[in-house]
Design a protein around this ligand. Structure first.
Ligand code: T1G
Length: 710
């Protein structure tokens, strides 16, 4: 066939193997090779049945996503069209069996569904995750899946993009048999048993397509759910439309409708942004000066200091993947409270059916509470999550330096403080690293890994590897106040408050950003995190503030009045017993009073200005961060914002979004804000340069890759 597809015979069976590591994507050559092998099977009278299996770790995991850019940029004609191949497989007069292990995703499942039968190992997963790339299945997935699995499950799988396991696929009718033991042997046995069976083509199976009366509520519910869960996104709605077409049109007309919808999504800005995010999530793991074969430090035992919100969440990350944790607090009461919170979190998951009580018990048993440092000498990593106070952190690290074994990683969960200063409290700065988790630490996928001047490459490589192990997205950042995410969010929050002082109501600012796609507006976010947190940090760093630079007026006053936000029932908003926020006339009066005293002339502020002042503040600071080398690439900043700050994936992240607006336009607006609002808006030289050169931040990243290659 070709180097991507091999074809062998075993008696009366023809066996096609896909060899396109790492995920057997349907890259150019793969569909062609399968087609050639299919011809062999069809014309060879000795062959009575055919099998397709993936070489390596998985069945076909989808179209080659790298090809999409070539199609949308016009570099190549439609390179993602497998419809004819799938019809040819389905029309083969001999029984064709797909043998599935790993992940039959996207085009992989679509290929498998064109086969007459599918067998799978129990650990296999099947799915149509296309909507997570801003597209929909484009090879009749929305037409065959309802014919195998029914309309409700097919709609759900295409609209939310989540996979199902082999057992669920068997129950749904997507898979015909779960194979115990060797997959290929099982597939051969199954194929032999089907040789004399009449062949039914998937496209001819219409008994599960339901009728208008039963389907209408399914589609209505799915559209409403997608509107909530994937607010602002077009692909989930398009996927539902495509599945609905399967129930109303004959197969090939349904495929044509699916194709139209697929093309619309493929050429959308949303899909380009989400594909940027897909590859970005993997790109951030690549650190130019840390080779892939850098030796890792084995992490068998962990310790966490501090059983508060962060320490408890961090502990859960470790025990979730079977790493035992010594959890230390200073008082029994704090320890008990911390453990109770962890247990409550797990109980909630058990109640929701996410995992069994037995799993919860196993995880809880991996936590050893302690009030002292006994056992710390065995820990391979210690994560400090004490209060955000430098003196306390240095005292803690000095103690760890005395107790922990040589080579143990000493990590701080600090969200803003100088990791080099913390490291200076030890005799082993090469073992000190920042592991900045995001609250809730057991939920948010982002982990900022802060590189100290002395942090060794092994410690960094181990921290990045550990991030993947505990199902986080680790992003390496440099050491500065707030690192990347918080340093940028500080500018964003500053502008949000200034906009309120200049005339917008809190709900106007939050509303505009929620509509933009943020999970939550900045002021509501402050109420959630606690206005006292920022207030205390500002007090701690008052000595660092530059005189004469405009400071926000309202938040500190709210905190001074004990209005900490949700935790006190009042902050920027007033909260009912269900924590539902409402504008508070007391806050409106306070804003009027403080801004009048400051001589600020309030005015009407447009939604557009709210978005530009807040998002471009992120972008401008991000450009400075790139120039200082605090972030390796613009895509790293995007991933930080997608994974840690609720930035909408379909906008690709702040830097990607700015590039889609056009950096010249962004730069011009930053210059206007600089003229109106002073030095806080000093344009980043990198933003100026890229704007003048007509470039994007993606170009900047490509420049860096080229420079790194020398
Ligand atoms: N195309 C191209 N490259 C891919 C790829 C794909 N579909 N999937 C993974 N890779 C690369 C990835 O970038 C990384 O590269 C390496 O493989 C390992 O990936 C026609 C149009 C399969 C669950 O959306 O979900 O089919 O960084 O680190 O953690 O209608 O990859 O090593 O250079 O993620 O073991 C639908 C996407 C496509 C599946 C494996 N399919 N992939 O996870 O490895 S659209 C998908 C995944 C489509 C049809 C439509 C995961 C995985 P590098 P990895 P992993």
């Amino acid at each position: 066939m070709n180097e991507l597809i091999s074809y062998t015979k075993d008696g009366e069976l023809g066996i096609i193997t896909v060899n396109n590591p790492p995920v057997n994507a349907l890259s150019p050559g793969v569909p062609e090779g399968i087609g050639l092998a299919l011809e062999e099977i069809t014309k060879d009278d000795e062959v009575k049945a055919g099998i397709l299996i993936g070489g390596g770790r998985t069945f076909i995991a989808g179209a080659d996503i790298k090809e999409f850019g070539k199609v949308t940029s016009g570099q190549k004609r439609d390179g993602i069209n497998f419809l004819d191949l799938l019809v040819a497989i389905e029309d083969c007069p001999k029984p064709m069996i797909a043998a599935i292990h790993g992940t039959a995703f996207g085009g992989g499942l679509e290929v498998a569904m064109a086969f007459h039968y599918r067998v799978a190992v129990a650990s296999a997963q099947v799915g149509q995750p296309e909507c997570k790339l801003g597209i929909i299945p484009g090879a009749a997935g929305t037409q065959r899946l309802p014919r195998l699995a029914g309309v409700a499950l097919a709609t759900q799988m295409c609209a939310d993009g989540n996979p199902i396991n082999a057992k669920a696929a068997l129950e749904a009718g997507i898979v015909d048999q779960i194979v115990e033991g060797d997959l290929l042997e099982g597939a051969k046995a199954f194929a032999r048993s089907m040789i004399d069976n009449p062949i039914v083509k998937t496209r001819d199976k219409n008994d599960k397509l339901g009728d208008e009366a039963t389907n209408a509520p399914i589609f209505a519910a799915a559209r409403a759910a997608a509107k909530k869960a994937a607010r602002g996104m077009m692909a989930p709605q398009a996927a539902i439309d495509a599945v609905e077409a399967a129930t109303k049109l004959e197969f090939f007309a349904g495929c044509a409708r699916e194709r139209e919808l697929f093309q619309e999504c493929l050429f959308s800005d949303q899909s380009k942004a989400m594909i940027h995010a897909f590859f970005g999530e993997r790109e951030v793991a690549k650190i130019p000066d840390i080779p892939k074969d850098t030796p890792l430090i084995p992490i068998a035992k962990a310790a966490v200091i501090g059983a508060g919100t962060m320490g408890g969440g961090i502990t859960m990350n470790f025990v979730n993947v079977g790493i035992p944790v010594l959890l230390k607090e200073t008082t029994q009461e704090a320890l008990d409270r911390g453990l109770a919170t962890i247990a409550k979190n797990y109980s909630n998951s058990v109640k929701k059916g996410r995992f069994s009580q037995e799993v919860m018990d196993k995880r809880m048993a991996l936590i050893t509470p302690t009030l002292g440092y006994d056992g710390f000498e065995e820990a391979d990593i210690v994560v400090e999550a004490v209060f955000e106070n430098m003196a306390l952190k240095k005292e803690t690290f000095a103690a760890l330096d005395q107790i922990c074994k040589p080579g143990a990683i000493l990590a701080s969960n600090t969200s803003t403080l100088d990791i080099d200063e913390i490291a200076s409290a030890t005799s082993r700065p090469e073992s000190v690293v920042g592991t900045h988790f995001f609250s809730p630490a057991n939920v948010m996928r982002l982990l900022e890994i802060v590189r100290g001047q002395a942090t060794s490459k092994s410690v960094l490589a181990t921290a990045m590897d550990l991030a993947k192990k505990i199902k986080k997205v680790g992003v390496l950042v440099g050491n500065c106040y707030g690192f990347v995410g918080n340093r940028m969010i500080h500018q964003y929050g500053r502008e949000a408050q200034f906009l309120v002082e200049e005339g917008a109501q809190p709900q106007d600012v939050d509303g505009a950003l929620y509509e933009f796609g943020l999970a939550m507006g900045p002021l509501a976010m402050g109420d959630l995190a606690g206005l006292d947190v920022g207030w205390r940090i500002r007090k701690e760093h008052a000595h660092l503030e530059k005189p004469g630079v405009r400071k926000a007026l309202i938040a500190d006053e709210l905190a001074e009045r004990g209005r900490y936000g949700q935790k006190t029932g009042k902050g920027w908003y007033i909260y009912d017993e269900n924590r539902k926020p409402s504008p508070d006339p007391e806050v409106t009066a306070l804003i009027e009073e403080l801004t009048a005293n400051a001589g600020i002339q309030r005015r009407e502020i447009s939604k557009e200005e709210i978005i530009e002042r807040t998002i471009y503040a992120l972008v401008n600071e991000g450009a400075k961060i790139l120039e200082e080398g605090i972030a390796l690439r613009a895509v790293d900043i995007d991933i930080i914002y997608l994974m840690g700050y609720g930035f909408p994936a379909w906008r690709g992240g702040p830097m990607w979004y700015a590039s889609t607006v056009g950096l010249q336009k962004v730069y011009d607006r930053v210059c206007e804000f600089h003229a109106q609002h002073g030095e806080l808006w000093t344009p980043a030289p990198l933003l100026k340069r890229l704007a003048e050169e007509g470039k994007t931040f993606e170009d900047f990243d490509k420049e860096k890759v080229k420079a790194a290659r020398g």
